[in-house]
Design a protein around this ligand. Structure first.
Ligand code: FAD
Length: 502
């Protein structure tokens, strides 16, 4: 075990993902979603001159975009492409409200869009929906350093809110590889999980309130500055994870956590998945309350980020790697605990090799190996991406099953993800999308997940790409109630049509 350095406070990671996003948007145009997936356009009105004139009167000429819309029509994964002719960039709740009221009356379909980092085809239009970009609602409203409560507009970039919170000794209880581009509103609308759910839980717990605009333009003010508020139905939860189908989130308040004083990261090499499971179990026992992240990376995933981004991995040659992070308040005490855990794992032969550090730069280097995997995989050509919850004992088996099943059709089959939350990212890469490989993978992957009582979406959501498979994770009765809710809140179905529900 190489001990790399002394402890330091974790600062933000470098903006590798952000620079990727800038260059990425210009490259790669997938087939139109309507064509690839044979989608019949819904019975919506089509844009007319009078509509453009109205929208211009609301957002102004400069924030009504009609040219060069590829960045709004194509998703991050280059897996779906809409044909929207219009992007609206409102700057206030009132503008969002006026736009939706008008669209509802005219039956014009709308696709709310945050940072467009979503991975299930939910953030871009399927046909010609108007894109409603929340990017200009980007203000941080307040952060209370005593209570830790932060409020911001929906278009605030996650990293910007986190930076501001850190100035006050706080952290946003959500962290993911897309943090430099994704919006808080997008995070809430997808109930984003990320790297620290193990520590902070998901957004249903840390979001205290939202403001949302309904399809008819009504503004629902559910903002709250309290953890405890048992006054009737908790409507805010309807907007957490409903992917823009029930309302447009315009403001969010959430509880930030105190920033940890000491952080350590270990990167471990293991020779079997059984050893991975035992090491996870031991990490919970030995590290207890300071355990803040437990991630798995298999050899094929590590190979993608190392080779594509020319990174150096401190250890190599193992089938499995684990990234384990602790966040506590006493560096010496935490390091002692960490060392006991590592010694135990090595004595039992579960951990073969590894490295541990508390030095900021070196922790960032290790995190990059994990966080750049999803970005690197796209470079293989086309990537079928699955984000599933599985019982831990079954966690990795599906990767091997899929390797066998797709054989030479794939260039890479790999698994990585949030082991600590039973959340696997299964990825199947190939040179380009073909119906042959698509049909070889789906619906098999969902049937398999359902058979082991997993969830077909652990954190990315249903969006467009998984809507036909919702039935594998929700009962007919539950889906029927979801439809009733949709009908109640959006009777004309103008909000993000073709997504979540069939
Ligand atoms: C490199 C990378 C790593 C990622 N890692 C993770 C991860 O660890 N965990 C995770 O959960 N996700 C992850 N994601 C997926 C993605 O970042 C999250 O789903 C994120 O929350 C999306 O936010 P966004 O602002 O980009 O939303 P978008 O992609 O723009 O939209 C996502 C969905 O939310 C809706 N929406 C957006 N804003 C609003 C709003 N204000 N009101 C109503 N609806 C809205 C859209 O219509 C769409 O359905 C990752 C993505 C990338 C590219």
């Amino acid at each position: 075990m190489k001990k790399m350095s002394a402890t330091g406070l974790l600062k933000l990671r470098p903006n590798v993902v952000k620079s990727f996003f800038r260059t990425y948007k210009a490259s790669g145009i997938p087939e139109l979603t309507q064509v690839r997936h044979n989608v019949k356009r819904g019975n919506y009105a089509t844009l007319e001159g009078k509509d453009i004139a109205f929208f211009e009167s609301i957002v102004g000429k400069n924030h009504l975009v009609q040219d060069d819309l590829q960045g709004y029509n194509v998703d991050f994964m280059r897996s779906v492409r809409g044909s929207s002719q219009l992007v609206l960039r409102p700057s206030s709740t009132q503008e969002v409200s006026a736009i939706l009221k008008y669209c509802n009356e005219r039956k014009l379909a709308v696709c709310p869009q945050g940072g467009n980092t979503g991975l299930v085809g939910g953030s871009v239009p399927v046909c010609d929906e108007i894109v409603l970009s929340l990017a200009r609602l980007d203000k941080i409203l307040h952060i209370d350093e005593i209570t830790g409560i932060a409020a911001c507009e929906a278009g605030c970039i996650l990293e910007n809110l986190d930076l501001k919170a850190r100035e006050l000794g706080l952290v946003v209880p959500l962290d993911l590889g897309a943090k430099s581009s994704c919006h808080i509103g997008g995070n809430v609308s997808t109930n984003a999980g990320g790297l620290r759910v193990l520590r902070y839980g998901n957004l249903h717990g840390s979001v205290l309130g939202v403001e949302a605009v309904l399809a008819n333009g009504d503004v629902l003010d559910l903002m709250s500055d309290f953890k405890k508020d048992n006054t009737g139905y908790h409507l805010k939860h309807l907007f957490i994870g409903s992917e823009g189908t029930l309302g447009v989130v315009t403001k969010v308040s959430m509880l930030c956590a105190p920033q940890s004083q000491a952080q350590h990261v270990a990167f471990l090499g293991l020779s079997s998945f059984d050893d991975v499971l035992k090491t996870f179990r031991d990490s919970r026992q030995f590290l207890g309350e300071i355990l803040s992240s437990c991630e798995l990376i298999d050899a094929n995933s590590l190979d993608a980020s190392v080779n594509h981004f020319k990174l150096n991995s401190p250890i190599e040659g193992y089938p499995f790697y684990m990234l384990i992070e602790t966040s506590g308040s006493n560096a010496e005490h935490d390091m002692e605990k960490f060392n006991r855990f590592l010694e135990n794992g090595m004595e039992k032969g579960q951990i073969i090799d590894g490295t541990i550090t508390g030095e900021v730069g070196k922790m960032q280097e290790i995190w990059k190996l994990r966080e750049l995997v999803p970005v690197a995989l796209i470079e293989d050509g086309f990537c079928f991406k699955y984000d599933i919850s599985l019982p831990l004992r079954e966690f990795y088996h599906i990767v091997e099953v899929m390797q066998e099943r797709v054989g030479n059709l794939a260039t890479r089959v790999c698994g990585y993800g949030h082991l600590g939350d039973s959340n696997l990212h299964l990825n199947i890469c190939c040179q380009e999308f073909t119906q042959e490989i698509y049909k070889c993978i789906e619906p098999f992957v969902y049937e398999y997940t359902s058979q082991v009582k997993g969830s077909i979406s652990a954190e990315h959501g249903i969006g467009f790409l998984k809507k036909n498979y919702l039935k594998y994770s929700k009962s007919p009765a539950a889906i029927s109630k979801m439809r009733e809710l949709k009908q109640l809140l959006d009777p004309n179905s103008i909000l993000n049509p073709y997504k979540v529900l069939n």
